[in-house]
Each structure stands twice: as C-alpha cells, then as structure tokens.
Design a protein around this ligand. Structure first.
Ligand SMILES: Cc1ncc(COP(=O)(O)O)c(C=O)c1O
Length: 494
C-alpha cells in the first residue's frame, strides 16, 4: 500500500480560507476605488491607449511580478478599458451592474458545472425556471423556454443547428447521425446584409460554406427590406435550394437598426420556414414598455438569442437561447431524434448539457437569479430606457450641430456619425482616410472612447452607449475633441 504524502505547505497556503479572505478584501478595496474613480472621470481617458508593443514590453518586465497578486490586480485595473467611466462609448459590452461582480465571486468559488444535474443542482434548476420566465417576458408563448450559453456567437450557432435539425426532421432524415450530405438540397439562411458576421460563420461551421448565407438588401434605415427577402427567397427556391431559417436582427451591430420582425415572421409562416431572431444586442427592448414596439413580431420566433452581457448589465459571457417551443431546445444535440418526438414530456430537462454546446459551463443562471432577487426584472427596462435615451439625445445633438452628419436617426443606443466633408472636391475615399486618421488621433489624445465602423462605402465614428451614467456633457466634450483635432487630420492628408 503506497503512503500518501502530507499536503505540502504550498498547497495548504494556496487553499487557506484566511488567504482567500485577504485576497477578496484586497480585490474589493481596489475595485471599489476603481469604480469611484471611473464614475468620477478621474483618469485622463477611459482607454489607456498603449500600442500592442508597449503593452507587451510592460508585461515582459520581470518587475511586474514582484508585487504578487495585489500588484497584478492593480496593474490590470490601471491598464484596462474603464467601462464604468461615463466617457467610455465604445463597444457593445455591458457596463456591469457592479454587484454582479460579487455574484461572480460566489459562483467562481463554488465552480459547479452543469452538464448533468448532479454537477450543479441549484444552477441547473434556476436556469430552467428563469429562462422560461424570461422567454415569456420577451413575448414568447406559454410553452417557451431556453438555455444559457457562453456568447451570442455560440447562441446563434446553436439556434441554427436547431433549425437544421428541424428541416431534417421534416424530410425524415437524421442529419445528426448521418451528416449534412443526407440533405437532398443545399440549405441556406437568409439574413440582412448588415447582420452580425457570426451568422455566416455559423453556416460555414455547419458545413454550408459561403453560399450558405444569402444576404438580403437593407433599406435607407438599414433594416431588412422585406420585398428583397421575398425576391431572394424565390431566387433560392428556384435554384433548388432549401431555406434553413430566416434571421431577423434586433438590432444590427453596426448601425443599431431593428429589422421588421412582424413582416419577416409573416413570410416565414407562409413558407413554413424557421424564424430566428438575433437579438443579442437589442432584444432586451422587449422588457421596456417604451421600446418594445421595436421587436413587435418577436413573439412568433422559433428561436431568439439575447446577450445578457450586452444591454442587461451582466458580466460576459451570458447568453440566452430561447425557443418558442421548449421541447425544440433538445433539437441541436439530441442523439435520438425519435425520443424527442414521441416522448416530449420525458426529456431530461435537468441535464442541461443535453441542450448546450458546452459540457462544463459556468453558473450563469445565478447571475440572473441575483438580479431578480435584488432589483426585480424591472431594472432591465430602466437600463434600456436610459441607454436608448442617450442614443436619442446624442443623435439629436449631432443633427443640430453644424458640420456633422448622422448615418441614421438612432433606433438604439448605437449612434454612427462623422464630420461632414467640407469640400466637394475631396473624394469619398480621401474623406474616409481623414476620418480614420481623426479617430486614431482621438484614441491617443481624446478623453472619451469612440470606435469606428464602415458601411455604404463610408467610414463612420460609432458610439455604443452602455453606461447609464454617461451624460450630455460627455457628448459635448467628445464632439469638441473631434472638432479640435479635425483640422490636423485634414492637413495630414492634404
Ligand atoms: C447582433 C449581434 N449578434 C451576435 C453578436 C455576437 O455576440 P458575442 O460577442 O456575445 O459572441 C453580436 C456582438 O456584437 C451582435 O451585435
């Protein structure tokens, strides 16, 4: 019988509750002070703006390791984007409701997985209950439900896999067992030309290549044009292809446009096509009585994806994949299709791993439970209303300001805009270069953080207003900074 050696001092130290308390106290102190400083706009900018080489040099210096964990915490905080600074107007990542970080500490410590019920009983059951509750808040029918997963990209893939399995079932095929070559026709998805790239990526991942994604034209408001949807549908059917799903965006990533879901759903219903809504960013408007009209028609969706880590104030990643019919959440990964159809009531709802890509998964549902318990779901309507009001106000400020143009009147908390080209002799390409240069200069020298996008052949500055504490003074400062830098950007291209 081999002798078990004693637990080493190093391991005892690493697992000591006292040590945990010290580190948690230190992290709490540092984060509280960071939060206060960020909210008070104390740093020069919300973005530290190092080049990749500068950042690499910093982290390659052996000195950074000498202060242990506390030094790492302090340096990471100092050198990261400060999303709680109201001048951060960049990407679509939540300015988290701060106390959701402490939920993360609890679930990180417990570290229950969830592939099967026994790995995490509380989070598995919470997930099932809360996803059904939220599905109904989205407007989905009584029999709806869903699962949580890590990110909108994965969530959209899973929803399209459900749609594919549905088509296979309609044709009496088992594509899970036999592969996609059993389909007699190529499958395609129809989606707006402004949709997030993860839809095309999902189709390629599923084996349908570039031709698996058919882009539908958008109108002047960047919304899917339903006449073109019908034309494209006819075209692909005439080509002998079969439609796996039509995807509506709520809203689009670049310009924040909401596709007309009601009209899209009517087309889907007429043709018996799976209707998926990529609501990663903006399906949360369904929680607001003021903005719910933007997703009218979502109630007819077969699947909806919503990222709680975007407009619901939760830390990344936390995505809901909702199904109009709960039983269809077993479609993507079920090994035995027939058990689905014959014994719909017998599914093992408690083993969420049967319905998710992930095997081990974080305790995502505890984040939702903490929000419900502490604030009630109403906090999401508050958040959406504030963020959308910010988009509306920034849009109005730009519209009224000399020398600026808006890509479109904002429908969401996403605003795309740029300085007007002062000289008709300057080409579009040349002016695009000026805007790119302007943005680069602002990144280094401006106090706010704004990103850039490109559509309709034009480069745009783009703000996503995720922080409810952002104010009109932040907009004014940001616009003035760009105006001050513009002459230099123009000069560098003359
Ligand atoms: C409309 C839309 N869908 C999907 C995604 C991808 O989500 P994630 O970054 O969580 O993978 C995004 C991200 O910005 C998005 O805006």
């Amino acid at each position: 019988m081999p002798q078990l050696p004693p637990v080493s001092d190093a391991l005892r130290r690493a697992f000591s509750p006292v040590r945990f308390a010290e580190s948690a106290t230190k992290a709490t102190e540092l984060l509280t002070s960071h939060l206060k400083q960020a909210q008070e706009r104390q740093a020069f900018s919300s973005y530290p703006a190092p080049s990749p080489e500068e950042e690499r040099t910093f982290w390659s210096d052996s000195d950074v390791w000498k202060d242990g964990r506390d030094g790492i915490f302090a340096n990471v905080i100092a050198r990261s984007n400060h999303l709680h600074d109201p001048r951060y107007m960049g990407h679509q990542v939540a300015t988290i409701i701060p106390e959701t970080a402490s939920t993360g500490m609890v679930t990180d410590m417990l570290n229950n997985g969830q592939a099967i019920y026994e790995m995490g009983p509380s989070n598995a059951v919470q997930e099932d209950l809360l996803m059904s509750e939220i599905a109904r808040m989205l407007g989905l029918p009584e029999e709806s439900g869903g699962i949580l997963c890590h990110g909108g990209t994965l969530g959209n893939l899973v929803a399209l896999m459900a749609a594919q399995r549905h088509v296979a079932h309609q044709l009496g095929l088992d594509s899970w067992q036999d592969g996609i070559h059993v389909f007699p026709q190529p499958l395609v998805v129809l989606v707006s030309e402004r949709a997030h790239y993860c839809i095309a990526r999902a189709m390629r991942t599923m084996g349908w290549g570039a031709e698996g994604t058919v882009l539908v034209r958008t109108n002047h408001k960047h919304q899917m044009c339903v006449d073109d949807l019908q034309a494209q549908l006819k075209r692909v059917l005439d080509q002998g292809k079969r439609v796996l799903a039509v995807v509506g965006s709520s809203c689009t990533t670049s310009a924040g446009a909401f596709d007309p879901l009601e009209d899209i759903s009517s087309v889907c219903k007429r043709h018996g096509i799976w209707f998926h809504v990529d609501g990663a960013h903006g399906a949360s408007v369904a929680f607001s009585s003021t903005h719910r009209h933007l997703v009218t028609g979502i109630e007819h969706a077969d699947t909806v994806v919503l990222d709680f880590h975007k407009t619901c104030g939760l830390p990344a990643l936390c995505t809901g994949v909702f199904y109009g019919r709960y039983t269809q959440s077993f479609l993507p990964f079920s090994q035995h299709a027939e058990y689905l159809w014959d014994n719909a009531e017998d599914e093992d709802w408690w083993d969420t791993g049967k319905r998710t890509f992930e095997c081990t998964k974080r305790m995502l549902s505890t984040r939702l439970a903490a929000i419900k318990a502490e604030f009630g779901w109403g906090i999401w309507a508050e958040l959406v209303d504030r963020m959308w009001a910010l988009g509306n106000v920034l849009g109005a400020m730009i519209e009224m300001r000399d020398g600026w143009e808006l890509a479109m009147k904002p429908e969401a908390n996403i605003v795309c805009f740029r300085p007007l080209c002062p000289d008709p002799e300057i080409s579009i390409v040349h002016w695009n270069d000026v805007i790119k240069c302007l943005r680069k200069m602002h990144l280094k020298r401006g106090s706010s953080y704004v990103v850039m996008t490109e559509f309709d052949g034009k480069v745009w500055l783009r703000c996503t207003l995720m922080n409810p504490l952002t104010d009109t003074t932040d907009f004014e400062t940001m616009l003035q900074e760009f105006e001050a830098l513009l002459p230099e950007a123009i000069k560098s291209f003359s």
